[in-house]
Design a protein around this ligand. Structure first.
Ligand SMILES: O=P(O)(O)OC[C@H]1O[C@@H](O)[C@H](O)[C@@H](O)[C@@H]1O
Length: 311
């Protein structure tokens, strides 16, 4: 495992109060509790709406999943499926789901849900505050007690900083009394004009595992492009990528060593009910630690990572 960075420094806090007050206190007028019925005409999930001079964002308490983010005067950063059902317990297609404590298929038991368990669980809003630069920081927390799906108990805290850019700070603590392995990814669905014209810079020369070819190991020369289905896992990947599309997108990570590039392409998308013909409108460039980069944590040990996304 890679050496852990120090805990992320706390920023200058302008206002701070318990999250429960956030919805009544005029000092927290930037934060509104709403639901998927009000915003998308499809009830089922509790949502948070953040509106400031810097940005507008929608966050689902299920999965601590950012569904929408747009910095003021900028194009929306994320793609959200127009066909996602917003049903409790069902993964929402789009935004930035967090896949954890395992990424992709569970390698010990493929009958377990894909991409772990936290994306379909309700998280707690532990804190909300406005920072001195006008960004809003939400702290969301999830505690897993340990069960048949994943025996080790763990605590997961995701700070989401909503300003000119979108920042995630993840802290994961193994609260079990034995070591446990965790793999995870922030599975960003970026809004693009046409996936067939997208080029991802920052993976040139990298080795990848190709999921479309039984995980054969290959090497990328040049930009990552998306002509048809692409499903690749880059281990030990660089920390910086640029997604070239009109209004290009940048991703900068700290202690995220795995990058996954995914788009199903027309044929596979036609078999996925909440994608279908909409596959052209997004590209997934996911950041986390999976496969060889997975985190093995001792009892009581914590690991941290950060991801900054913007246009
Ligand atoms: O449909 P899901 O479970 O959200 O997964 C979507 C895709 O997520 C990607 O991260 C995987 O590499 C793909 O293999 C997978 O199909």
């Amino acid at each position: 495992m890679y050496p852990l960075p120090a805990p992320f420094p706390s920023k200058n806090k302008k206002t701070e109060s318990p999250a429960v007050a956030a919805f009544d206190d005029p000092a927290h007028s930037y934060l509104t509790r709403t639901d998927s019925g009000a915003l998308y005409g499809n009830p089922g999930l509790d949502l948070l709406l953040v509106e400031t001079g810097l940005c507008r964002a929608v966050i689902s308490l299920q999965g601590a999943q950012v569904l929408e983010f747009a910095a003021s005067g900028r194009a929306p950063l994320l793609w959200l499926s127009p066909a996602t059902p917003f049903a409790a317990g069902t993964a929402v297609r789009g935004g930035v789901p967090l896949c954890l404590p395992w990424f992709g298929e569970n390698r010990e038991d493929p009958s377990k849900p894909k991409h772990g368990l936290v994306r379909t669980q309700l998280w707690e809003l532990a804190d909300s505050e406005m920072l001195s630069d006008g960004a809003v920081e939400l702290t969301l927390r999830f505690q897993h007690p340990g069960d048949e799906l994943f025996p080790a108990s763990f605590t997961c805290t995701l700070k989401i900083v909503l300003g000119k850019s979108l920042i995630f700070e993840l802290e994961l603590t193994n609260s079990a009394d034995s070591p446990a392995e965790y793999s995870w990814a922030l599975h960003s669905y970026f809004a693009v004009e046409d996936v067939n014209a997208v080029e991802v810079e920052g993976l040139d020369g990298g080795e990848f595992l190709d999921k479309t070819r039984a995980f054969v190991r290959d090497r990328l020369d040049g930009m990552q492009t998306f002509a048809g289905e692409v499903d690749r896992v880059f281990e030990r990947a660089p920390a910086h990528q640029v997604i070239h599309t009109p209004n290009s997108i940048t991703a900068e990570s700290e202690n995220c060593h795995t990058v996954i590039t995914w788009n199903p392409g027309a044929e596979l998308a036609a078999t996925i009910s909440d994608i279908g013909p909409h596959y052209r409108g997004f590209v997934c460039v996911e950041h986390g630690n999976a496969f060889a980069d997975s985190w093995r944590l001792q009892p009581g040990e914590s690991a941290r990572a950060r991801l900054t996304l913007g246009r």
